[in-house]
Structures are given as structure tokens and as C-alpha cells.
Design a protein around this ligand. Structure first.
Ligand SMILES: [Zn+2]
Length: 246
């Protein structure tokens, strides 16, 4: 799954760069963004080629973006974690598909501050189908997940008139809620605010940003959803046990 993740991550990089021109994803061969030369197959090995070329194009020596190896490596790690946690292959495949879309949303949001409708809608459909049909969750449970994942963010969008965060964030939160279920969806939202504020404070300490500047929020939701999915049971039982002790 790690190796499959590397290959998929390499494809996701292409999707991220060419998403505004969907046709070129299948029609164009991989080429350098500076000198436009086609890249030979031996320079397209995920992560390894980047390391061997020391992050530079073989023909024009211009730097290659860190996005390439980072996306490849993260996708591979996520796929491996999913396989380790779930073991059942069809389930791993389903989550791998969902998290592949999330990787694209993550990077695209950082680069452009936008969440494209095509991704939020496909996530909504995919997660509802997954929750209701594949997991056979009760519709009420799915509804709870959607509300837990989407309500707080939706409220913030309404209050701020989309200044603090966008509708895209709400869609992502709600659809992840549908596959996480109510409790873990709440945990996801809680974690995303904690991680987001720690990151925001860190940036302010480095004087890289002011308090007025908005941050892309989907990356925090996505990281939190992965934590909730893989470690949610553990965190929740620890937290609830802690409450019952007192
Ligand atoms: Zn080049």
C-alpha cells in the first residue's frame, strides 16, 4: 500500500497542477514546468528521482517544487496507515480513494485558498454512499455525523459571511462526519480548531502573519479527520475515562 500510495501521490501531483485544465491530465506527457522538455520515465520515480536529481530538472537545472516528493510521501504514508489500521482490502481501497481526494483538496487549498466544487461534491456523494451502503450505518447516525462535522463550521461561515471560512470547508467537514460518525466527527472539529490555533499562534510568533489574516482551514480538518479515524477510539476512551474518574 505504501508503494501504491507513492504512485497514486505522483498522479495526484499531476491532478493538482492541471486541475484547471482537466483534459490535459490524460493527454499530456509529464514535462518540466520551466523548459517544457518531456521527462523520461527514469526521472519519474516517486520521491527517489527527486532525491537523485537533488530537486533539479535534468536538462535545465531549475528547481523542482517540494510539493512533488511531499505529496507522494504523504499519500504513501496515509495509504500504509489505512492498510495497517483496517486490514480489509475493500475498506482500505474506499478510504484510500477518499483520502486521495483530500490530499488534492489539502494542497489546492494551501496554494489557492479555494476548495473546488467538483471535490466537495464528490466527497459528499462518496461519503454518503460509503456510510449508508458500505458501512450500513443507520441513516440517523449518518445524519448525526453530518451535523457534527458541518454545523459549527456552517455557523462560522454564516456569522462571518464566508470571511473566516468558506462553504467548501463546511462540505468537507460534513462529508467526513458522515463516515466518521457523530462522536469522531465532533473530535475531528475539536482537533481541527486546536491544530489550527496552534499553527496560527506559531505563525504569529514568527511574525509571518497577523491575526486578521485568514488561513486555509481544510488542511486542519483533513489532518484531524485522519487522527480521528485512526486514533479516535483511543482518544475518546481516554478522554471519557478521564471524565468518569472525577
Ligand atoms: Zn527543465
Amino acid at each position: 500500500m505504501f508503494i501504491i500510495g507513492l504512485a497514486v501521490g505522483s498522479f495526484l501531483n499531476v491532478v493538482i497542477y492541471r486541475i484547471d485544465d482537466l483534459k490535459s491530465i490524460v493527454n499530456t506527457r509529464s514535462h518540466c514546468r520551466h523548459c517544457k522538455k518531456n521527462i523520461p520515465w527514469y526521472d519519474l520515480v516517486p520521491v527517489l528521482s527527486f532525491v537523485l536529481l537533488r530537486g533539479r530538472c535534468r536538462s535545465c537545472k531549475k528547481t523542482i517544487s517540494w510539493q512533488y516528493p511531499l505529496v507522494e510521501l504523504s499519500t504513501a504514508i496515509i495509504f500504509a496507515l489505512l492498510a495497517w489500521y483496517f486490514g480489509q482490502y475493500w475498506l482500505v481501497g474506499l478510504y484510500a480513494l477518499i483520502f486521495s481526494i483530500l490530499v488534492v483538496v489539502f494542497v489546492y487549498d494551501i496554494k489557492t485558498q479555494y476548495v473546488l466544487d467538483v471535490f466537495s461534491w464528490s466527497l459528499v456523494i462518496l461519503s454518503l454512499v460509503t456510510g449508508l451502503i458500505f458501512f450500513r450505518y443507520h441513516p440517523i447516525d449518518v445524519l448525526w455525523g453530518v451535523i457534527a462535522g458541518g454545523a459549527v463550521l456552517g455557523l462560522l461561515v454564516a456569522i462571518s459571511k464566508e470571511k473566516w471560512m468558506g462553504l467548501g470547508d463546511v462540505f468537507i467537514g460534513a462529508s467526513l462526519g458522515a463516515i466518521l460518525g457523530g462522536q469522531k466527527a465532533l473530535l475531528m472539529i475539536f482537533l481541527s480548531f486546536i491544530i489550527g490555533s496552534v499553527y496560527g499562534l506559531f505563525l504569529m510568533l514568527l511574525k509571518r502573519t497577523s491575526i486578521k489574516q485568514s488561513l486555509p482551514f481544510t488542511p486542519f480538518i483533513i489532518i484531524s479527520s485522519l487522527i480521528s479515524l485512526l486514533a479516535g477510539d483511543y482518544i475518546l476512551s481516554w478522554y471519557l475515562g478521564y471524565i468518569y474518574m472525577y
